[in-house]
Design a protein around this ligand. Structure first.
Ligand code: FAD
Length: 298
């Protein structure tokens, strides 16, 4: 399968935005059937450049993640990236997993530290494992044969007490260790993204693609859940519009499409290399946003 770094490199001279969709591994058989029968065919019809599949909290979806990546690649012919965290696995176990990934034709990895399992407090590296994502990036770089993405945080990572500039130094280290691109955490205020990008490019000399992660708002409960996890700021205007629709998910989703369309239009005008959609395994909003943007590749 193609390296994702090559996809961005080839798109760059044309100015064509690279479109990618993120999925999670369905938790139930019904969820899985619905994903492969409905969600994926609808989104695959939009000809995304690539997809990605998350790695469950605490390393809980290890095999499912690889199996789903392999299935999307073989059945739908879409290059797909496996997320991988350092949670619950030592170096040997990570090496075994990467071996398995290779056997399954997986060439793209999003290298993450991961969050500590709920209720366990601060992140603690497993014995013989890694403390920070840059160590995983270094391992992947040493092994070779993978294109490696890393996570970036336009508002700084929640745990980085020294502030966002320090967190962005840590991000730079991941790139120096061999990462090929950065995908950001979701955000709702583009100015935060531009400040982050300007700092990385202008001050820290980062030259790899910095790709905004966009989450279409589907409901107030969905947004509250994600924002609590990642600490993204929800601008007052958005909070007000959501509060007015608090008990009407359809109206929230409608607002979400309108808001994300405007957000993506602004990002594209400001030269982002692509858009990475956090689809939460739903097709409708993402398809409508792409239609609104005129990125209809059906
Ligand atoms: C696009 C994207 C996809 C994601 N997918 C998943 C997923 O599939 N599964 C999942 O469980 N989680 C996922 N996450 C969440 C991610 O695992 C968490 O945000 C996690 O807390 C941080 O991971 P990281 O790779 O950024 O860690 P790191 O880059 O290791 O950073 C973690 C913290 O350590 C600090 N730090 C880094 N290096 C140093 C150093 N040398 N000294 C001191 N402090 C340092 C950083 O500033 C940060 O506060 C995703 C996040 C994003 C943005």
């Amino acid at each position: 399968m193609r390296f994702i770094r090559d996809i961005y490199q080839e798109a760059r001279p044309t100015g064509r935005p690279v479109i990618s969709f993120e999925f999670f591994t369905p938790k139930t058989d019904e969820g899985e059937q619905s994903f492969y029968r409905n969600t994926l065919p609808r989104l695959a019809a939009r000809s995304p450049d690539y997809c990605s599949v998350t790695y469950g909290a605490g390393g809980s979806t290890r095999d499912k993640t690889l199996a789903m990546v392999e299935r999307i690649q073989t059945e739908f012919r879409i290059p797909t990236m496996a997320h991988l965290t350092c949670v619950g696995s030592n170096r040997e176990q990570i090496l075994a997993l990467l071996d398995e990934a290779r056997r399954r034709g997986i060439a793209n990895i999003l290298a993450l530290r991961g969050d500590p399992p709920a209720g366990t407090g601060a992140f603690a590296a497993p014995e013989g494992g890694f403390t920070y994502a840059h160590e995983l990036v270094s391992l992947l770089h040493q092994l070779g044969g993978f294109s490696v993405a890393v996570a970036g945080f336009p508002e700084g990572h929640l745990e980085c007490r020294a502030g966002r500039h320090q967190d962005w130094e840590h991000l730079k280290r991941k790139i120096d260790c061999g990462a090929d691109l950065v995908i950001t955490q979701l955000f709702f205020d583009n100015d935060l993204f531009y400040e982050f990008r300007d700092h990385l490019v202008g001050r820290l000399g980062v030259a790899v693609p910095i790709v905004p992660g966009v989450m279409p708002i589907l409901s107030t409960s969905q947004i509250n859940k994600f924002v609590a996890l990642c600490g993204a700021t929800v601008p007052l205007g958005v909070q007000r519009r959501l509060a007015e629709r608090a008990h009407d998910d359809a109206a929230c989703a409608e607002f979400g499409v309108e808001f994300a369309t405007r957000q993506c239009e602004d990002l594209l005008r400001n030269g982002v290399p692509g858009l990475h959609f956090y689809t939460v395994n739903k097709a409708a909003s993402t398809c409508r946003i792409l239609d609104n943007l005129g990125l209809n590749r059906v």
